[in-house]
Design a protein around this ligand. Structure first.
Ligand code: SF4
Length: 240
């Protein structure tokens, strides 16, 4: 958990679960795994088990203690809908988000089937944004699963973008984030894939956020696309 996140589209991270297992090609260079191993080596107690899925109930009430409103990325170090996270625990996380309703919460999963399976048992308040990660067209059905949940704000994280997504169905989607992979061994991203996604968002009236080109030096490659930055946020967002 960190109060100040370096992630461009959020203010803070909150990790009531840590650890995960890889599920699709987008996981290959998982940043959370690298960081968890580093924190384990540094003796950080929440990472005693490295990247093994671990519930962290002592972290549950953190958002209640943050008095000023923030955009909070929930489980930047895990996947809340991992099969090893019991439904009652997911419901506990949702209950805290209901109680600490002065924040906005951003949840991101690759386990869209489980998300859909438990969706009806969750309390979807308007401050909860639900997103799925999609790295290429093979995983576009995650978007259909997301669309069928009760989430009031729905978003896509197309990062690391590993292939074209030329026929996105953006019905019911509020926000799209795109980014290239960064760090050692980063896989390349074709600029045409991004402009095509941006154009689809513009045609559909969906907010578009271009996070980064990525590569081995993401500071150097930056986030300028066609001469400008793209950092829209969901239009449905309730400003507090
Ligand atoms: S789902 Fe996310 S957190 Fe889990 S291994 Fe894949 S990239 Fe990492």
């Amino acid at each position: 958990m960190a109060t100040n996140s370096h992630i461009e589209w959020t203010d803070a991270t909150w990790n009531p679960v840590t650890g995960c297992t890889k599920i699709s090609p987008g996981c290959k260079h998982c940043y959370a795994e690298r960081l968890a191993k580093r924190l384990q080596a540094m003796g950080q107690k929440n990472y005693r088990d490295g990247f093994k899925v671990t519930l962290q109930p002592q972290m549950l009430e953190i958002p209640l203690k943050w008095r000023s409103p923030r955009r909070i990325f929930v489980n930047s170090m895990s996947d809340l809908f991992h099969e090893d996270v019991p439904l009652p625990y997911i419901q506990d996380v949702f209950e805290i988000m209901r109680r600490a309703n002065w924040h906005q919460y951003q949840i991101l999963t690759k386990r869209s089937e489980r998300l859909l399976e438990v969706s009806k048992k969750l309390n979807w308040e308007s401050q909860i944004w639900m997103g799925v990660s999609v790295e290429n067209a093979d995983y576009a059905d995650r978007i259909d699963h997301l669309r069928r949940t009760g989430a009031q704000i729905r978003f896509l994280s197309l990062e690391p973008l590993l292939g074209p997504l030329s026929r996105l169905n953006l019905r019911g989607i509020d926000w799209v984030i795109v980014g290239g992979e960064s760090g050692p061994g980063a896989r390349p991203m074709d600029p045409d894939w991004i402009t095509d996604i941006r154009d689809q968002c513009e045609r559909a009236g969906v907010s578009f956020f271009f996070k980064q080109w990525g590569g081995s030096n993401k500071k150097k490659t930056g986030c300028i696309l066609d001469g400008r930055t793209w950092d829209e946020m969901p239009q449905a967002l309730v400003v507090i």
